[in-house]
Design a protein around this ligand. Structure first.
Ligand SMILES: [Zn+2]
Length: 426
């Protein structure tokens, strides 16, 4: 999301007063500096074991497509080295057959591959990625051991299908076999196998109707899982839907109900079908799981309210409340989103660094989204406040105010997240 592109017609005045030309020049410099730093620290050609969206590569806007493509190729090679049968076999290896989330499985990688390759004109690879999402991973969404959260579970696949839906609809137009496929080394190996697969595929397999059917079935599976879990756990009187991850009733955006429900709200037709139970489940998470300190619990089991990050606590709650407001247009959702945002503002400059998952940039997205909805000046001011912390990451790390994340250059744990954030504001 780029704030300016979303707001140009509506509120340029407020935006331009705070995000001035001078400030934009500063952000542009920062963007270049931090991207260069990441490219130096983990150059695309270097062997890098992390290929998933969470700890792995970064992709950029269209202007950085070429770099993104290099990272994508490198990530794909690394992913296929870990799962050699992935590009060709009709079934997934046993250890990942029940995993289909966006951030920590190959689903997110293939979804991004589909977009990047489509934009650079490599339709063969793009379409093959869509094929894998629709076949291999769609199957993995329905095993008894598959969970429903965002990182490893069904909500992640649902998100990936939504994200790639425009590509599915243009599949038939763009589908053509390469006349002279002679890529090199690793990519040659895979392209050859991809070519053989493509050769036999009927294009009707990729119709929008088929994708909508898959989306609908996954949506139903999430609802069924949530409803059964609520009933088996004796929680139905409180909420009609609740999900477990690793035997825990998580509530936040990464593994919990807030993340799952936020994704579900992106499918209006299906939301209509389950409107009552989805709304009651949202109300439970937003209004019944808040602790005395004003933050929301990480999980129902432990009741702890000490975490303020995308994955646990107020930020994920704010994302859900904003989405609920956009879908149901009820003021109480916007009010609770504002309360969560206030909490994020007061406690959200974390010592854990600048990544999206449990870092400053992930928290700051709450303000961007609320500004988009309300046009309120304070959200943009808070955005700038958190941006300052992000841009000082190196100094703050040296001073010991920021810890060094496990994967310090990645999008979800490290500097890559801050780069995304700078770009979103710029
Ligand atoms: Zn996290």
């Amino acid at each position: 999301m780029s704030v300016q592109s979303e707001l140009d017609d509506r509120v340029p005045e407020v935006y331009n007063k705070i995000i001035t030309a001078e400030y934009k020049a500063l952000l542009q410099k920062a963007l270049l500096r931090e991207c260069t730093r990441i490219l130096q620290e983990i150059p695309p050609e270097r062997e890098y074991p992390y290929w998933d969206v969470y700890v792995g590569f970064m992709i950029g806007p269209k202007t950085a497509l070429k770099i993104a493509e290099e990272y994508i190729d490198s990530a794909l090679a690394s992913c296929h080295a870990t799962h050699p049968s992935l590009p060709i076999d009709p079934s997934l290896p046993a250890h990942i057959e029940n995993k289909c989330g966006f951030l920590r499985t190959a689903v997110g990688l293939y979804a991004i591959v589909a977009h990047v390759k489509h934009h650079v004109g490599d339709y063969e690879t793009s379409n093959h990625s869509l094929h894998l999402l629709q076949t291999h991973f769609a199957r993995s969404a329905f095993t008894p051991r598959t969970q429903s959260e965002l990182l490893y579970g069904r909500a992640g696949l649902l998100y990936a299908l939504k994200y790639t839906a425009p590509l599915f609809s243009s599949f038939s137009d763009n589908f053509k076999l390469p006349s002279n496929p002679v890529p090199s080394a690793e990519s040659s190996h895979h392209s050859h196998r991809i070519l053989r697969n493509n050769d036999k595929r009927p294009t009707t397999e990729y119709s929008s109707d088929k994708i909508n059917q898959i989306i609908s079935s996954i949506f139903d599976a999430i609802i069924e899982n949530g409803s059964r879990t609520a009933s088996d756990s004796g929680l139905s009187a409180k909420t009609p839907l609740i999900w477990k991850w690793h035997e825990t009733f998580y509530l936040g955006a990464a593994h919990g109900a807030a993340g799952i429900l936020t994704v579900l709200l992106s499918f209006p037709d299906k939301v209509c079908e389950y409107r009552d139970i989805i709304k009651r489940a949202i109300d439970f998470v937003l209004f019944e799981t808040r602790g005395e300190n004003g933050n929301w619990m990480s999980s129902l089991d432990r009741g702890k309210t000490d975490l303020v990050q995308f994955c646990h606590g107020a930020p994920g709650i704010a994302f859900l409340a904003c989405r609920a407001y956009e879908v149901f247009k009820e003021a109480r959702y916007l009010e609770i989103a504002a309360e969560a945002a206030m909490f994020v503002h007061d406690y959200g400059i974390l010592r854990k660094g600048v990544g999206l998952c449990h870092g400053v940039s992930g928290n700051a997205y709450v303000f961007l989204i609320l500004f988009k909805i309300t046009n309120e000046r304070k959200y943009l001011e808070w955005t700038v406040e958190f941006m300052d912390a992000c841009l000082q990451w190196e100094q703050l790390t040296k001073e010991g105010q920021f810890r060094v994340p496990d994967r310090p250059w990645s999008v979800w744990e490290g500097l890559g997240g801050a780069v995304w954030y700078v770009f979103s504001v710029w």
